[in-house]
Design a protein around this ligand. Structure first.
Ligand code: PSV
Ligand code: MN
Length: 424
């Protein structure tokens, strides 16, 4: 399924007059509007290959129609997203859920859709068919060297797959930990995990990065061996300059101040990037911005401030990825909503009056500092996001276009009403 440009243009033309009015209204108040638009256009968010189908919970999975049945079809779906919003120009693969059979053919297909391969994700949290060792009691932390060796070899294999595809980073997320007090020795688990990670790190090409993702609990419910940003930072500092801490927004204990974590990781030059999602209770993997958009804005405010302080390129110097699961909504619509929420938070952070904020901080004018942040947050920047999409060749209203062009209906015709994508 391809989004035909002339149809998209027709859709945009119908909305153009209304869009122009809304854009000019907001642009009049934004001093650096061209800069904001350029930055929005450059900002690409990778789509995980496992998010194109309906996810589920341990209570069931209710698949929708027209879900991608292969890696090729997943790439096509990301191509649809990118055609609509021009901001989803990358795909992130999870191995072994999506092992490419023919790397060159997959690369060519991705390039045809304007996509590159973002971080590769290894999987040592599920047992693999035919593998001799089990990860029931962990992988890189395992007491048995044979299990650790198998998990290390898998990660090295994932790096090799990534090299073939032109990826430049490996994301390691470990389910390792314990569910009951006394089950393991924390220090022993840390040391074995560090030793295993060192062996994976040694296999990284010079221009690659290792992203170490943390998560406070689940599937283990007493301890997790990379449980929080402090523990991840400890590992990556010991590993070396190519190792970084990855923040998944759903992996914190309730009410954690994620924006402060982000600020300090950036200060230390150890922030890898993000897995974006939103949550109400735990690792809910909900649509980005659906529960707590103000927190997302505050995170982007720290990102923009911290990246600018270090002279970093917003678009390319960190890894930006969605990691969400869609149980109720059409996955493509859900992803379009997530990307729009990220773009809105980013645009709002870009229009914060930084000089005024610094001045207010210097004299401890707390009320003014809050006003300055909230002025940006309360600005309706949706027309800026639409304008950036339009200028890049995308849709003024990507979800509206997706519905008008009847993409899902066409996918169901092509693929069938009962299809199930691989993944969790
Ligand atoms: C774990 O909860 C996680 O966030 C990791 O990034 C995994 O790779 C992904 O979810 C699997 O859905
Ligand atoms: Mn994640």
């Amino acid at each position: 399924m391809q989004v035909e440009k002339y149809k998209l243009d027709g859709f945009n033309n119908d909305l153009l007059a209304d869009h122009k009015r809304r854009f000019e209204f907001v642009a009049a108040d934004v001093a650096n509007v061209d800069d904001v638009l350029q930055k929005l256009e450059a900002f690409q968010i990778a789509i995980p290959s496992w998010a194109l189908g309906t996810g589920g919970t341990r209570f069931g999975r209710f698949s929708g129609g027209g879900e991608p049945r292969s890696l090729e079809e997943k790439i096509e779906d990301v191509g649809v997203l990118h055609a609509l919003n021009k901001s989803s120009g990358a795909i992130s693969l999870h191995i072994p859920w999506d092992i490419p059979q023919n790397h060159q053919a997959i690369k060519t297909l991705a390039a045809q859709h304007g996509l590159r391969f973002d971080a590769m994700n290894s999987n040592t949290f599920q047992d693999q068919a035919g593998a001799p060792e089990s990860y029931k009691f962990g992988s890189l932390q395992h007491i048995d060297k044979a299990v650790r060796d198998q998990a290390i070899a898998h990660n090295i294999e994932v790096i090799k797959q990534g090299i073939e595809l032109g990826s430049k980073s490996l994301t390691v997320w470990l389910a390792d930990g314990s569910s009951f007090p006394g089950q393991l020795n924390f220090r022993g688990a840390f040391e074995r995990t560090l030793d295993s990670l060192k062996q994976i790190y040694a296999a990284l090409p010079d221009d690659w990065k290792l992203y170490l993702e943390y998560k406070c609990y689940e599937p283990n419910f007493y301890s997790t061996t990379v449980a929080d940003w402090g523990q991840s930072l400890l590992y990556v500092t010991k590993l070396g300059p190519k190792a970084y801490t990855l923040v998944d927004l759903g992996h914190h204990l309730p009410n954690a101040n994620i924006e402060q974590i982000v600020s300090l990781l950036l200060m230390e030059g150890r922030l890898a990037g993000f897995h974006f999602n939103d949550s109400k209770y735990g690792d809910d993997d909900l649509t980005v911005g659906s529960i707590n958009p103000y927190q997302l804005f505050l995170i982007f405010n720290e990102l923009v401030e911290g990246m600018d302080a270090r002279g970093m390129n917003h678009a390319t110097d960190l890894g930006w990825m969605i990691d969400a699961s869609h149980n109720l909504k059409d996955p493509i619509e859900d992803l379009l909503q997530s990307i729009q929420a990220i773009q809105i938070a980013y645009a709002q952070a870009l229009i914060v009056d930084k000089e005024a904020l610094v001045a207010a901080q210097k004299v401890n004018d707390v009320a003014l500092a809050q006003e300055i942040l909230q002025k940006a947050y309360r600005t309706d920047v949706r027309a800026l996001v639409s304008e950036a999409s339009l200028r890049a060749g995308g849709a003024i209203d990507p979800i509206g276009a997706y519905r008008k062009l009847q993409v899902r209906e066409n996918l169901i015709k092509e693929r069938g009403a009962k299809t199930v994508a691989t993944g969790l």
